[in-house]
Ligand binder design. Structure first.
Ligand SMILES: *[C@@H]1O[C@H](CO)[C@@H](O)[C@H](O)[C@H]1NC(C)=O
Length: 400
């Protein structure tokens, strides 16, 4: 039993390494019609845990993110877009090829649980086909791109539009997220959606319902910004979320479009012969002396003049202390000196603790000699502290 099991294991490993690792899917699609490819997480899950189901009976549902690019290129082809809303959702590759050709797309799936990666190859071959001449674009407000891309939803929308166009021969040409066309990110509330543009095309001319879009009346109604309903008899939407916004409907008639202007003709890529090279002569010499005077000499002279002026003001016009003292009257000078003396005294006292107390706190002193007069016998307020007849400074009285 164990031997049989290990054989199954071995064969599966061989099979996986032969086919699974190089999974290559080929699709052929016509130019000018919508292509959608759903990246199923289930498929990749088998790549990550190929034997768990078989061997351990375990089933995983891992979150996955996809990275898609054209082989040997960093990005997807211009016409192809990728979207995946959430690691627990499937991804979608979608777009409309505009020219025939082959694109090899590498799809990397990264398992967000185990951080394993798996690679698939998708080969898309676009074959030339005539563009559908009559096209119309509709806006579906209550949808998001991922909800529209599954083929069942595409069919629902197509059925409604087939009735509106009154023909079975209708193809979806393009589906675009409104956010890619300048739409706003909706509020994260129920009932707010990003919106989707769906473009369909047909060989048959527009129906009467569609032609109402061209009327002046329609344009006037829509210009007022009011909520315009799909005109009576033309409303074919069964599922409310698939209903179109009538005012954003646009008809495109490719038969009426002017042909593109012819491409510019290419030259040989070699310039015509224009004779020998003639180097330009050296420019005439210039006299820089006036410039020198203006930029160097003039500011220098100005600076010197300012210097001299400042020096004269600072040194030549000072009076001198002696002269000023001589002019000041004595009592004012004396008053001034006492202020100086007192503040010096206060400063000394502030500087050290043991400074002698100020002389002015003593009962009687001579501020010049420091002599103390004997304390007065009487404390009577009528006797002045300084006796006028003993005052040795009567000469400090103002002069005449
Ligand atoms: C499809 O829509 C996209 C986005 O608006 C645009 O870039 C692209 O050209 C369209 N393709 C066709 C074939 O109209």
């Amino acid at each position: 039993m164990a031997g049989y099991r290990s054989w199954v294991f071995f064969l599966t490993v061989c099979a996986v390494s032969l086919f699974g690792a190089n999974a290559e899917i080929k699709v052929t699609i016509p130019v000018g019609k919508l292509f959608t490819y759903e990246l199923l997480r289930e498929t990749f899950q088998n790549d990550f845990e190929p034997l768990s189901k078989l061997y351990a009976g375990r089933l995983y549902d891992d979150p996955m993110v996809f990275k898609c690019n054209r082989q040997n290129f960093p990005d997807l082809p211009e016409w192809l877009r990728f979207t995946q809303r959430h690691p627990y959702d499937n991804g979608f590759l979608y777009g409309t090829p505009t020219s025939p050709g082959k694109s090899i797309i590498e799809i990397y799936a990264i398992n967000k649980r185990s951080y394993e990666a798996a690679r698939h190859i998708l080969v898309i071959k676009a074959t030339a086909e005539k563009m559908l001449p009559y096209q119309a674009e509709f806006f579906i407000k209550l949808r998001e791109i991922e909800k529209v891309l599954p083929s069942s939803v595409q069919d629902e929308i197509k059925q409604d539009l087939q009735k509106l166009w009154d023909t079975e021969a209708l193809e979806i040409v393009n589906i675009t997220n409104a956010l890619d066309r300048g739409g706003r990110v909706p509020l994260p509330l129920a009932g707010h959606f990003e919106g989707v543009y769906v473009k369909v095309g047909s060989e048959q001319y527009f129906s009467d319902c569609l032609l109402r879009v061209m009327t002046a009346e329609h344009q006037k109604q829509c210009a007022t910004g009011a909520k315009v309903k799909v005109p009576g008899g033309c409303n074919f939407c069964n599922i409310p979320s698939n209903c179109i916004t009538w005012c954003k409907t646009e008809l495109i008639d490719l038969t009426k479009q002017e042909p593109a202007p012819p491409a510019p003709t290419m030259g040989s890529g070699v310039l015509e012969d224009g004779g020998d090279f003639d180097p330009p002569e050296s420019p005439p010499s210039r006299d820089f002396f006036p410039d020198y005077i203006v930029t160097v000499i003039v500011p220098l002279i100005l600076a010197i003049v300012l210097c001299l002026l400042l020096a004269y003001i600072m040194f030549g016009r000072r009076e001198g202390v002696m002269k000023r003292n001589a002019k000041t009257n004595q009592i004012q000078l004396y008053h001034h000196h006492t202020i100086h003396g007192n503040s010096d005294e206060l400063r000394n006292m502030a500087a050290e603790r043991g400074a002698p107390p100020p002389l002015s706190t003593l009962p009687m002193f001579n501020s010049r000699t420091g002599d103390r007069a004997p304390p007065l016998q009487s404390d009577s307020p009528t006797i002045p502290l300084i006796m006028a007849q003993h005052d040795p400074y009567s000469d400090t009285l103002p002069r005449k």
